[in-house]
Design a protein around this ligand. Sequence first.
Ligand code: BEZ
Ligand code: FE
Length: 290
Amino acid sequence: MRNVTTENVTDVVIDALGKHGEVTPRNREILTALIRHLHDFAREVKLQHGEFLYGCDFLARAGQLSDDKRQEFILLGDILGFEVLVDMLTHPADGTASESTVLGPFYRENPPVLPKGASIVQKHFDNEETIYFEGYVRDKDGNSLKDVIVDVWEDAPNGLYENHDPDQPDYNLRGRLKTDENGHYAFNAVRPVAYPIPDDHTAGELIRAMGHHPMRPSHMHFMIQKDGYRRLISQVFDSRDEYLDNDSVFAVKESLIGQYKPAPKEMGVDLHIEFDFVLTEDETARLAAE
Ligand code: BEZ
Ligand code: FE
C-alpha cells in the first residue's frame, strides 16, 4: 500500500502484521490493539510532530536514567495509574483473598533472612516510632499456612529507602521472615512515613505536567510466597495518613488499611499493628503437580 491516508493508515499497519515473519497469537492481539489505540490517540488530540519528538526524547531520557537502582519506566507507569491497572487485571479481587497492589521500584532481591520477631532496623532515627508488626497468613478456607516466605520493606523515618540513601546501611529496613506452624509472622520495625516518589528528571516532569503531587501515603510493603499459592505483592497502609485519598500512584485499597495502636508496655515498642493475609491457591501449579 503506497497511498497511506489519515483514515487507512491504522488498517494498513495492522494488515502488515505477520506478512514477513511469525507473529504469535498473543503478540498479534497486543500489537493490533496497541496500534489501534495509539493511532486513535494521535487522531483524537491531533498530535503535532514537535510533540511526537518531545515524547521520543522524554522516553530516551527515561531509558538513560534507568539502572538497577532506578527503574524509571515503572515509576512513569505508576504515575499514570498503569501499574495498578495492570496489577488489578492480573490479580482481580475476588472478595476472599487479600488484595494485591503495586510492587513499585524499590524492592530488592535477597533481603536478610531473619527469625520470627526479629528487627529489620539497622539504623535509628531521632524521630522514629518503633512498631511491632504481626499477623497470620491463611488460605481461603481459614487454614493457617506455615513456612510462608514473607518479605517486607519500608522507607526510613526520613522518607528514603535505604538504596536511595547513602547514609543508611545496606538492606536497612528490609527482611525475609517465615510464618511459624500457626501461620504467624512478626517483626520489629519503625512506623513507615509518607514520602515523595522520586520527582526529579522525567518522573517529576510528568507529575508536574499532570498538576499532581509526588506523595505516597505511609505503607509497609509485603511480598508473600509459598509453593502452590499465588505470590501476593501488597502494601499495608496507615489509617491515619493524610494521603490515603490522593496517593500519587493510586495504589490504596480500603482492605489494605491497617491501624497502628499504642503498644502494651511489655512489647517494648511505641506502636503495635496486626494484619492478616489470605493467599489464593495457584491452580496451575496444583494441576501441574497432579
Ligand atoms: C512504592 O511503594 O515504593 C512506590 C510505588 C510506586 C512508585 C514509587 C514508589
Ligand atoms: Fe513504598
